[in-house]
Ligand binder design. Structure first.
Ligand SMILES: [Zn+2]
Length: 149
């Protein structure tokens, strides 16, 4: 799995960052839609989701089975697949928390945007190892424009 990279346009990264600013000081979250093939993994669209954690929206996000179904349906309509998930970390670094690790699945790309004082900072992508013991960083390869959509 090492050496993999997630391709995403600057425009989509800005949309993720804007979502994080909009929901600040709470976390935002959403699905990453795109393609995964031998040629690589590319993000082509986003599905913003509601953060359903009422107990601690500031530092917890959780993707529910309904969110997964909704995101997968949207992806299918666009002839894409759900390749990952994004969320924000208000006033915290763009690294997965222990809660994130316990609630994540292998294979997916997890983009985390750090939002400090309402300003988007680092945006990083992570992949959970197959044994779920830890996350590995995934390089973000910026592309000027998405190939489609
Ligand atoms: Zn998190």
């Amino acid at each position: 799995m090492s050496g993999t990279a997630l391709r995403i346009s600057d425009a989509l990264v800005r949309r993720i960052q804007a979502h994080g600013v909009e929901t600040y000081p709470h976390e935002c979250c959403g699905a990453l839609l795109g393609n995964d093939s031998e040629a690589g993994r590319e993000t082509l669209d986003l599905v913003p989701l509601a953060n359903r954690r009422n107990d601690s929206p500031r530092n917890r996000f959780e993707v529910t089975p309904e969110d997964v179904r909704m995101a997968e349906k949207k992806a299918k309509d666009l002839k894409l697949e759900v390749i990952g998930w994004y969320h924000s970390h208000p006033d915290a670094p763009a690294r997965p928390s222990e809660f994130d690790r316990e609630h994540a699945w292998p294979w997916y790309s997890y983009i985390i945007v750090s939002v400090q004082q309402r300003e988007p900072r680092d945006t990083k992508s992570w992949r959970l190892r197959d044994d779920r013991a830890a996350y590995d960083p995934e390089a973000i390869e910026s592309v000027a424009q998405s190939a489609s959509i």
